[in-house]
Design a protein around this ligand. Structure first.
Ligand code: ATP
Ligand code: MG
Length: 316
């Protein structure tokens, strides 16, 4: 499966992170907790989306802010993986997001730092870099939280620039960043159930409520809405047809980055011009392939294809 060689996806991660996972069998919150194993990865949601695309053979470049020693670790790691990047450097320090995983009970605790502060001048420097890179982009993905100091309408500003050039764009964020971002009409949003609940201000505890929230989101003017539902798969909608794709049960070793893997798979499928039902199925298989491997979005294309053949999709 290949996409046209000249296609390039820009992923924007304004608040990237170094992901550190410590494995603690029988974890208890005591004064001294000893880890059995430690893993450390360059991460952040857009970085993870780029990783999936590169693994599927698509050119992707990561933009955003990095800083300090951990920022250097992050960009050096991406270079080693063959993932292109052009981050804007700021002072402060790139954050570390810590996960404590207990393989005995399946417990995962995520300790998420706020991230490195950016100034108004940093933001302007970033926008200049962004404008340079989107001139030949086939898609842009805006992913994750905003760092302290970034304008609250940061995604709306960037989406308007992309849309002004006719470049399709995807938004995967939460809270106020999502609410303000959707006003600028990205082509696609990918909330999970909780993020959609926050966006529409209602608990979505039935299929009917979920369906009407999706259709309500389309009314704003969005082309595609994909709601991910963890092990239940995902629902995809173009405002007329709704589809639900469900993966087979798998032995999960990690869930970090599954939403990012799904988005990477979805953008790949849309670049390949798959119809929405097929694209959704591919996206769900990619999300589930992420759960089989340690580390965010180090998906194996072979796993994706095996899961794909056992993933169902139906009109919903
Ligand atoms: N336990 C699981 N078993 C099988 N597949 C899973 C599981 N959890 C997630 N997935 C796959 O990953 C996709 C995205 O997962 P999820 O809905 O949890 O995303 P998310 O909440 O955006 O995650 P995150 O933002 O933390 O990466 C799902 O649609 C599914 O394909
Ligand atoms: Mg997510």
């Amino acid at each position: 499966m290949s996409v046209k060689a000249e296609m390039k996806v820009v992923t924007v991660t304004l608040n990237p992170a170094v992901d550190k996972t410590v494995i603690v069998p029988n974890f208890r919150p005591e004064r001294v907790v000893r880890a059995k194993e430690v893993y450390i990865y360059p991460s952040g949601k857009g970085v993870n989306v780029a990783r999936v695309l590169v693994r599927l053979g698509v050119k992707a470049i990561c933009l955003g802010f990095v800083s300090g020693h951990f920022g250097t670790f992050l960009v050096d790691g991406l270079t080693c993986e063959g993932i292109e990047h052009d981050f804007t450097t700021v002072s402060d320090e790139t954050r570390i997001n810590l996960t404590i995983r207990d393989p005995e009970t399946g417990l995962e605790v995520h300790l998420v730092e706020p991230g490195a502060r950016v100034s108004e001048r940093d933001w302007q420097r970033f926008v200049e870099t962004y404008q340079r890179h989107i001139s030949d982009a086939s898609w842009v993905a805006f992913c994750g939280s905003l760092p302290p100091g970034a304008p609250t309408d940061a995604y709306a500003q960037l989406i308007r620039i992309a849309r002004g050039r006719g470049t399709p764009c995807a938004l995967d964020t939460s809270g106020e960043a999502l609410r303000k971002g959707v006003e600028a009409l990205p082509t696609l949003v990918k909330p999970n159930r909780q993020e959609l609940e926050d966006l529409v201000g209602e608990k979505l505890d039935s299929d009917e409520k979920l369906r009407s929230a999706i259709l309500q989101t389309h009314k704003l003017g969005l082309d595609l809405v994909v709601v991910s539902l963890g092990k239940e798969g995902a629902i995809g909608s173009d405002g007329v047809n709704l589809w639900k794709a469900k993966p087979p049960p798998v032995k999960v070793v990690n869930t970090i980055g599954s939403g990012d893997a799904l988005l990477g798979g979805l953008i790949f499928a849309l670049l390949k011009e798959m119809p929405l039902d097929e694209a959704l199925k591919f996206a769900v298989a990619t999300g589930t392939a992420n759960t089989l491997v340690d580390g965010p979005c180090y998906v194996d294309p072979q796993d994706i294809h095996e899961i794909l053949s056992a993933t169902s999709v139906r009109a919903w």
